[in-house]
Design a protein around this ligand. Structure first.
Ligand code: CO
Length: 569
């Protein structure tokens, strides 16, 4: 046995990424508090416990206040720094928020006990992380700049080092290599980590990966040998599959190579026993159908979570048989879009467009609004430029921008506060929750303010909850269908406008906006007249002819692919 004189630290992801990857994010705060003091005493570098999907799921399904969870964990874990995942200018959502909301969110997170902020951007666009990083520094947190790792002709060691140097110039305290798909090989990790250590001496490098392809534990060892200072692991009963490598096994591997992790193995065993037992209550039944290792990732490089999302979205479209075709289409769509790393929100944008390219039968005959905004630069700079002719088509008339997307946004905090109905909220943190997830937060506040005796109970049915987690928007339940034109009492005469996908029919793009076309109005062929929301994205529907439009379906109704939603005569 070698003398263990090389130090390496472990971040525990059990309270965030592990249950987000394995349990549809359904761990309760009470579940965490019961074992918190053991975790706090185990010797971890930090505890990842907030951010990602936890915030949304807390309010939407668990009826918990995420801020309360943070305070409770801070109190229960005074010794170990708490860590969160922050999507830069997207905070925890899917769009860019104004700077004042980003700054206030970070300030309140710091106030409530958050220590380390892992700040990432799906496109590795430095402009999208600068406000978040500056805010973390301003309020005394540890800012961890993050490389969203992917492979493509434009993603090279040099390009990653260049981005890391940009992050360094913003004052980050450490760098994380975020390998969300689990595709970083030991060889590539060795090259990347040693290049980062050489280019940024004195800046610690942390590695985050998933066991999806089975490579992560070996890759971690290579990264440790190459100078990484910290690795993300989950306690073994919450590890592997699409989660992180198992902590105890990693400790044994590292010790055999002369590393000292400082972790107390007997405590790890206690912690593991606790989560093994908890899994009986919290693990969704569907997780037993998941492969231990998905070697397909080695070929298509699609993160595991994204495939399960695609699967449930295709199921809603009645097109599950097209999964392989969509997986084949995805790399092509990603290349067309300039090789974005596949992580929230780009994974959703690319995934849905790929699915639509396959289901519609003609590539880009239907372009989601999100793809238009992406192509026009509203998510940031694409890693590679999009071919000009295709870009023009994808933009659908939207004028491309060159500036930082958030520069176009007006301050939003006061407006969010003013929108809230009176007597809804209890503290400033509620305004932030509302600014990030308006409908979800309102639903939660309403539940919270109701008489406890009359409250709808928190769902315990995990299988059901897991399905909803894959499609949290207003995706129609199978039982809500079919609703055909004849059922609404109107018959089709004239040129029909057909729903291109299964989804929810809307007359307007935003809840408060007037209909895109009035019933009976004169429309021109090609005008956008309504929307079908499918797979979490809004798909504008164009008039198929010029003339007088008659809508056949109610706003908010579930529609099936090929169903007439309007007729033009
Ligand atoms: Co992850």
């Amino acid at each position: 046995m070698k003398e263990n004189n090389r130090r390496i630290r472990i971040t525990d992801t059990t309270l965030r990424d592990a249950h987000q990857s394995l349990w549809a994010t359904r761990m309760r705060t009470a579940d965490m508090l019961e074992i918190a003091s053991e975790i706090d005493s185990a010797g971890y570098y930090s505890l990842e416990c907030w951010g990602g999907a936890t915030f949304d799921v807390c309010m939407r399904y668990l009826r918990e206040n995420p801020w309360e969870r943070l305070r409770a964990l801070k109190k229960a874990c005074p010794k170990t720094p708490l860590q969160m995942l922050l999507r830069g200018q997207n905070i925890l959502g899917y769009k860019h928020y104004p700077d004042d909301i980003v700054e206030r969110f970070v300030a309140l997170a710091c106030d409530n006990g958050m220590d380390i902020f892992r700040v990432f951007d799906a496109l590795n666009d430095p402009r999208n992380v600068k406000t978040a990083i500056a805010s973390v520094k301003k309020y005394g947190g540890h800012a961890q700049g993050t490389i969203s790792y992917t492979t493509s002709p434009v993603h090279t060691i040099a390009s990653y080092v260049k981005y890391a140097k940009e992050l360094e110039s913003m004052g980050v305290d450490s760098i994380c290599v975020k390998d969300m798909a689990g595709i970083l090989t030991p060889g590539a990790a060795r090259e990347l980590v040693s290049s980062l250590c050489k280019a940024l001496p004195g800046t610690p490098v942390q590695i985050h990966s998933h066991m999806t392809s089975g490579m992560a534990a070996a890759m971690y060892l290579a990264a440790a040998e190459s100078g990484a200072g910290c690795l993300d692991c989950a306690i073994s009963s919450m590890s592997s599959f699409s989660s992180q490598p198992p902590c105890e096994s990693m400790v044994a591997m590292l010790e055999s190579e002369g590393f000292d992790t400082g972790l107390d193995m007997s405590r790890l065993q206690k912690i593991n026993a606790y989560f093994k037992e908890l899994a009986r209550k919290r693990r969704p039944a569907s997780s037993s159908k998941v492969d231990a290792v998905d070697a397909g990732v080695l070929v298509h490089a699609i993160p595991g979570g994204m495939i399960s999302n695609l699967r449930s979205q295709l199921a809603q479209q009645g097109a599950l048989d097209k999964l392989q075709e969509v997986l084949d289409e995805l790399p092509r769509t990603r290349a067309d879009l300039g090789y974005p790393p596949l992580v929230t929100p780009t994974s959703q944008i690319v995934g849905v467009q790929s699915a639509i390219n396959v289901i519609s039968g003609k590539r880009y005959s239907l372009v989601t609004d999100e793809v238009s905004r992406y192509a026009a630069g509203y998510y940031g700079r694409t890693p590679a430029p999009i071919e000009p002719k295709l870009r023009k088509k994808l933009c659908k008339g939207l004028k491309p921008i060159d500036c930082r997307p958030a520069d176009l946004l007006k301050p939003g905090l006061a407006a969010a506060a003013a929108e809230l109905p009176p007597n809804t909220i209890k503290a400033e943190e509620d305004i932030l929750s509302y600014a990030l997830f308006p409908e979800v937060a309102l639903g939660y506040f309403k539940w919270r303010n109701a008489d406890p005796a009359s409250r709808e109970p928190v769902p315990a049915d995990l299988e059901d909850a897991g399905e909803k987690a894959a499609a949290p928007s207003a995706a129609p339940a199978a039982s809500a269908r079919p609703q055909d034109a004849s059922a609404s009492g109107k018959s089709v005469s004239g040129t029909p406008v057909l729903a291109p996908l299964n989804g929810t029919f809307y007359r307007a793009k935003d809840p408060g906006k007037p209909p895109m076309a009035a019933d009976g109005a004169a429309v021109r062929q090609g005008d956008e007249v309504c929307v079908v929301e499918a797979m979490k994205l809004f798909n504008p529907i164009k008039a198929t002819a010029s003339g007088k439009i008659t809508f056949l379906v109610e706003h908010g109704a579930a529609v099936s692919k090929g169903q007439p939603v309007a007729a033009i005569s």
